[in-house]
Design a protein around this ligand. Structure first.
Ligand SMILES: [Zn+2]
Length: 253
């Protein structure tokens, strides 16, 4: 039994993407899933509809202090800078996704968000996928070298592909950047967790599910199946997340 589990990657809301049809989880639904999975707290972000305002309201009313809120930001989003400013005390970090916005996160258009993150000591979660022009983990490495005071979390262990998951960890070890972590969300290839830990050390991985894309129970079992030892498992399940989110507020009612 573990003392605590933090899920570093949870989505709440209704998805726009055609093939996620009708996937729509409320904060209350998500509370139940976290309880059933023995998860104590989670990083919450909206679905691809990016409805930050309504999710923040729902988290205030129903979140029971369990959630760090990461609004999903993209360039040219109406009122987003005002939203970040106005709600700075309830926002723990920000989420960026190159592929969905057709703008890689290292593009100048994202720099206003990175400055907000830098000023407020907010961690930045960047999606990483197979589409290398738009969603490469390398874009985030570049940002980490430029914004050395910002903690970056790269989603899905660097991409939805075992080669990306392992090579990104090896590359980060070579670069020696101190301000980058990977989340294990939506990782089916459980052995890549072990390969990543061997390359980079357990300190740099955060447990995440990507719920509702993957149920947290599946993600916890994937981590256990990797057989990395209890110490490493505990770091990944909560200790590293606690470090990355240190001093960041959870949403309060
Ligand atoms: Zn996600």
């Amino acid at each position: 039994m573990n003392l605590m589990i933090i899920d570093s990657h949870v989505h709440i809301g209704e998805w726009d993407y055609e093939y996620y049809y009708k996937i729509n989880n409320s904060v209350s639904d998500t509370n139940k899933v976290l309880d059933a999975s023995k998860i104590d707290a989670a990083v919450a972000m909206p679905s691809d509809k990016m409805e930050n305002e309504s999710l923040l309201e729902e988290l205030k009313n129903k979140g029971m202090g369990k959630y760090w809120f990461f609004p999903w930001v993209r360039p040219e989003m109406k009122g987003v800078m005002e939203f970040l400013e106005k709600n700075a005390s309830q926002i723990a970090g920000i989420k960026m996704h190159g592929g969905l916005t057709r703008t890689p996160v290292n593009d100048e258009k994202y720099s206003a968000f990175l400055k907000v993150a830098e000023q407020n000591e907010m961690p930045v979660l960047c999606h990483a996928g197979r589409w290398q022009e738009m969603s490469s983990y390398k874009h985030t490495f570049e940002l980490a070298q430029k914004y050395t005071g910002v903690k970056f979390i790269i989603a899905h262990q660097g991409g939805d592909d075992p080669k990306l998951k392992v090579e990104s960890a090896r590359e980060l070890a070579k670069l020696g950047l101190e301000n980058v972590w990977f989340d294990t969300s939506a990782t089916r290839e459980f052995w890549t967790i072990k390969m990543g830990v061997q390359a980079l050390g357990a300190e740099r991985f955060l447990f995440g599910s990507d719920y509702p894309v993957m149920h947290p129970k599946m993600s916890i079992e994937a981590l256990r199946a990797a057989e990395i030892g209890r110490d490493a498992e505990e770091k990944i399940l909560w200790k590293n997340a606690e470090f990355v989110l240190k001093g960041r507020p959870r949403v309060k009612g």
